[in-house]
Design a protein around this ligand. Structure first.
Ligand code: GTP
Ligand code: MG
Length: 242
């Protein structure tokens, strides 16, 4: 008999060798039944893919290897499309899909709470900007950037969610279908805003639950000016064209 909630976690990686092994151990240590992991690695020069392959001997991990760094947004879109098409091994299509970063900014211990909230909602956002949520170890400029990006996107798009740029989310399978991943236009982190906006305009039930986001300890950030500019103009385009 099929498990009542089968769960896939999707993690995009670029140079996360220092983070991914301990994170994978922690994820499979959560005791979530029927958990599967999909890692999308963009030819990380630091050997992230190799580290994932070593752990795939012991755990149900599917590694999607792309030939060059092509952005977090396209990595997620590719994984989500493969999942919905049932193209990930013989694992079938899961009931829930969780997305998270590889760098320990997202605490694996929160995942059961995301799944819990997903009983009553189609999309659950792990939110830094509601009561009980927060950020550890971000300097003032990074906080200001995130605050501005959220404020801007919320005003332009006219949606009520406090953390539109959150990268820790859980979708019901039906919500992923409604996103129509082939249509997603974001290359970089704008993916986070675009997914929530599409879910909102599709009339899905979206909840935010509080999380504490912790800045990475290992590796370096991939945030850059191009990623910021993409968000600036693509949020406008989203509003104009839907
Ligand atoms: N496959 C793939 N993954 C990426 C790419 N860019 C970023 N990532 C991954 O996406 C997740 C989020 O990227 P981060 O660099 O942590 O972004 P951030 O959280 O805004 O920045 P810091 O935490 O400050 O480093 C991490 O797991 C990255 O390894 C990419 O182009 N391709
Ligand atoms: Mg990070």
């Amino acid at each position: 008999m099929k498990n009542p909630t089968s769960v896939f976690i999707v993690i995009p990686t670029y140079n996360e060798r220092g983070n991914i092994p301990t994170l994978i151990e922690a994820l499979f240590g959560l005791g979530i039944p029927d958990l599967k992991l999909i890692v999308v690695d963009d030819a990380s020069p630091d050997g992230t893919a190799e580290a994932v392959r070593e752990l795939a001997v012991s755990y149900p991990i599917h590694l999607i290897e792309r030939s060059a760094k092509r952005g977090l947004g396209t990595a997620y879109a590719e994984a989500f499309q493969a999942i919905l098409a049932g193209r990930v091994r013989d694992w079938g299509v899961p009931d829930h899909v969780v997305q998270m970063d590889a760098d320990w900014s997202h605490d694996p211990a929160v995942i059961p709470r995301l799944l819990d909230a997903a009983r009553e909602h189609d999309v659950v956002i792990g939110s830094r900007y509601i009561a009980g949520g927060g950020i550890q170890n971000w300097d003032r400029s990074r906080r200001a950037l995130s605050f501005f990006a959220n404020h801007y996107a919320r005003r332009v798009l006219g949606v009520p969610y406090r953390d539109l740029t959150a990268g820790f989310k859980c979708y019901r399978r039906t919500a992923l279908e409604a996103l129509d991943c082939g249509r997603l236009s974001s290359v970089g982190y704008n993916f986070q805003i675009e997914t929530v906006y599409r879910a909102h305009t599709a009339g899905l039930r979206i909840a935010e639950i509080p999380i504490t986001f912790t800045e990475r300890k290992h590796g370096i950030s991939k945030m850059n000016l191009g990623i910021m500019l993409e968000s600036f103009w693509k949020v406008l385009l989203l509003r104009l064209r839907g």
